[in-house]
Design a protein around this ligand. Structure first.
Ligand code: NIG
Ligand code: FE
Length: 410
């Protein structure tokens, strides 16, 4: 049995007892002061006053610097299993071309597909491991990862296998999603032919080999239309997949489709209107907004304030990918969007902890309470307000994943 006490923490933001939906005030945050956490076998066994807990004869991890502790961050939307760089796209965007114009010229996603197909499993694995290390150092202990740069049965399986192996070998939790329906690969002449090929040849294998329980599709002009997506998603749902949709990034349609199929999440939502959010609310679909894509493309943010005011459970994710969102820094992106959209600190933290966990169907994390996984991130300050205030420049001084110290520079 591996049991120890860690503390004292100046403040612990437990994220406990917060409503899952709608606006939050900072006064609703449960903040424990001079607190300690007892961890056994990767799980939080006790949490409370450090002075009381330290009377027990337990091994201690003592913290010398004032530290604020939070649940480990959950990044609920990324595409971090890829090869190559799209710095050329970036330069083209700076010259005035749009994301879609670059894609139409054969750049964009298809470029990353060429690099990723050419990479060996070993190369992909090495780069994914490096990215998970960067995520952990920045406090992300759970990360969703999409395939989608293979676009054939073999290449999508290759990517999902890499994600599976890295998830098993590294301390971060990876949640894999099959995004074979990202765009149509050049080998196919029609979208419907390609989607049928995926439904018949890939999805059954993915389920059988337990490589993912989630499918995603890019519903957009230049990717997949809502009508053909509906057929695809119905088939996937029948096989037992949870549904996520890249929705309303450049044009509307995806959010309504997400509501129609009862998707778990609708992600992006930059163009969505009130009626789209009302539909998502009715279907119990999580809205996941992706400020990193707005920053990467120089476009407006999704209306996060409006989403909360309408009573939905806002989730913020990084969308880390080589094209539209190369920054991949969840905390900084959440802080910057929080200022632009006037989100409270409680709303921003909930959007990258407890609400993000629920959007991935994970109930064993997201709060610091007895029985939860000991996934924790600490910052070297005595005041929780300073974390977002520094907009990402205050870096974690302590990260634990499943009760294991990953990073501890105190
Ligand atoms: O979420 N919109 C589609 N997919 C990604 C971008 C992927 C890429 O450009 O490589 C996104 O922004
Ligand atoms: Fe994305």
């Amino acid at each position: 049995m591996n049991e120890f006490l860690i503390g004292p923490f100046a403040q612990v933001l437990t994220m406990n007892r917060l409503p899952l939906d709608g606006p939050l005030l900072d006064s609703q945050l449960e903040i424990l002061t001079d607190a300690g956490v007892v961890i056994r076998d990767g799980v939080i066994r006790e949490i409370g006053r450090y002075n009381d807990l330290s009377k027990r004869p337990l091994p201690r991890h003592e913290i010398a610097t004032p530290t604020v502790l939070l649940p480990g961050f959950v990044d609920a939307h990324t595409h971090i299993c890829f090869a190559g760089s799209r710095a050329r796209d970036y330069a083209l965007r700076l010259s005035g071309l749009t994301y879609q114009e670059i894609a139409a010229k054969g750049g964009g996603i298809q470029d990353t597909v060429r690099y990723t197909r050419a990479a060996s499993s070993h190369e992909l694995e090495e780069s994914l491991v490096a990215r998970t290390k960067r995520l952990l150092a920045r406090g992300v202990t759970t990360c969703e990862v999409k395939s989608g740069y293979g676009l054939s049965i073999e290449e999508e399986i290759k990517i999902l296998e890499v994600i599976d192996r890295v998830g098993k070998s590294q301390p971060i939790t990876l949640v894999p999603t099959c995004l074979a329906a990202h765009v149509r690969p050049p080998e196919f002449d029609s979208n419907s032919e390609y989607l049928t090929y995926i439904i018949e040849g890939l999805l059954p294998q993915v389920i059988q080999r337990n490589l993912s329980r989630r499918v995603d599709i890019f519903v957009e002009k230049g990717a997949f239309f809502p009508e053909e997506s509906l057929i695809y998603l119905k088939a996937a749902a029948k096989m037992g997949f949870d549904i996520c949709i890249h929705a309303d990034q450049f044009s509307r349609g995806g959010a309504q489709l997400a509501a129609e199929v009862g998707a778990l999440s609708a992600d992006h939502l930059e163009q969505s209107l009130e009626e789209d959010f009302e539909a998502l609310k009715k279907s119990g679909t999580f809205p996941i907004v992706l400020p990193g894509a707005s920053m990467g493309l120089g476009m407006p943010y999704a209306p996060a304030r409006q989403i909360l005011n309408l009573g939905l459970p806002l989730v913020i994710a990084s969308d880390w990918n080589p094209g539209s969102a190369p920054m991949g820094y969840l905390l900084a992106e959440a802080a910057l969007m929080g200022m632009a959209e006037k989100l409270t600190i409680a709303e921003t933290f909930a959007a990258i902890t407890v609400r993000a966990s629920r959007a991935l169907r994970l109930t064993d994390r997201g709060t610091l309470t007895v029985g939860q996984r000991a996934d924790m991130v600490g910052f070297p300050t005595g005041n929780y307000q300073e974390i977002l205030y520094y907009q990402g420049s205050l870096q974690p001084s302590l990260v634990y994943a499943n009760g294991q110290p990953i990073y501890n520079d105190i």
